[in-house]
Design a protein around this ligand. Structure first.
Ligand SMILES: NC(=O)C1=CN([C@@H]2O[C@H](COP(=O)(O)OP(=O)(O)OC[C@H]3O[C@@H](n4cnc5c(N)ncnc54)[C@H](O)[C@@H]3O)[C@@H](O)[C@H]2O)C=CC1
Ligand SMILES: O=C(O)[C@@H]1CCC=N1
Length: 265
């Protein structure tokens, strides 16, 4: 089997590696990271081989996941530019950085997959937007790409022009969801519930509500209306949320996230 190499073993690289370990023998996986302590930690936990340099990692793998922050891309690309061939499948998970921009450095005949995963991948519940030109990849390679991304959750192929929207929708949004859970739990603590118990109730309400959207197929507005009893408690809360700009805050957050993705281009 063609090996999968990961450059960068932080939050996302590690989550993807853990997913891959469920489907691939660890002999078919390899990684590198600039932080030696992190390398040791991941090796001791997983037994996956590591390489002393990014170039060696690229040399050892066909599928190469670039899992470093956008600001470290220039250094990493410099390390691998003379190693990556037309046979490689380079998978980039950074926001903003386009396939075209990567090809400017690696070569226009190099084959790039652009993806935007999210941290729920750590528990196998990731959602990833994936973009690539199918004419450049064999059926077997496309199957491998699907296996890599479904090893830690679900994926959807999207046009590259939607990748910044994917960052807003699922790449970055777990941060806002955690803020929602934290803030709502603060309110619940104010009502007298112990904090740990509040997190349990609130997080389960969020998880259950999300499942309802996915499983029922009903419009979120309809699902909201099903909770709001006439003259009831929920409509009072909904009014307060509207008054304090809840929806507007989320749309402004999305604008900000999108603008930042576009600036990284
Ligand atoms: N954290 C998230 O929720 C998501 C992150 N991403 C993207 O994934 C990429 C990685 O993000 P995280 O894992 O969160 O970052 P992180 O900071 O947790 O991990 C990055 C890893 O790269 C290593 N590194 C830095 N420079 C390096 C170099 N020159 N060579 C080899 N390794 C190097 C660091 O030691 C670190 O272990 C970024 O481009 C990020 O935008 C995409 C989707 C979600
Ligand atoms: O904040 C970031 O830049 C990365 C990309 C999506 C989630 N985290």
């Amino acid at each position: 089997m063609d090996r999968i190499g990961f450059i960068g073993m932080g939050n996302m690289g590690y989550a993807m590696l853990k997913g891959a370990l469920k489907y691939f023998d660890k002999m078919n996986l390899v990684f590198s990271d600039a932080n030696e302590q992190r390398v040791r930690q991941v090796y001791e936990e997983t037994g996956v081989r590591f390489m002393d340099s990014n170039a060696a990692c690229a040399n050892d793998a066909k599928y190469l996941v670039l899992a470093v922050k956008p600001q470290f891309y220039p250094a990493v690309l410099k390390n691998i530019v003379n190693i990556v061939t037309q046979e490689h499948v380079v998978i980039s998970i950074a926001p903003g950085i386009t396939i075209e921009k990567l090809q400017q450095t690696l070569g226009y005949d190099r084959r790039i997959v652009r993806a935007m995963p999210n941290t729920p991948a750590l528990i196998g519940k990731g959602m990833t937007g994936v973009s690539y030109d199918p004419s450049l990849f064999s059926e077997e390679e496309q199957e491998m790409i699907r296996t890599i991304f479904t090893s830690f959750g679900q994926m959807q192929v999207v046009p590259e022009g939607l990748m910044s929207a994917v960052a807003c929708a699922s790449g970055s949004s777990p941060a806002y969801v955690y803020m929602f859970i934290e803030a709502l739990a603060d309110g619940v603590v104010k009502c007298g519930m112990p904090r740990e118990q509040a997190y349990q109730f609130v997080a389960r309400a969020v998880a259950g509500s999300a499942e309802m959207v996915l499983e029922s197929g009903l419009h979120p507005g309809k699902l909201k209306d099903m909770v709001c009893s006439p003259a009831g408690t929920t409509i009072e809360a909904v009014e307060a949320l509207e008054q304090w700009g809840f929806r507007n805050a989320l749309m402004k957050a999305t604008d900000a996230c999108f603008d930042k993705c576009e600036k990284l281009k």
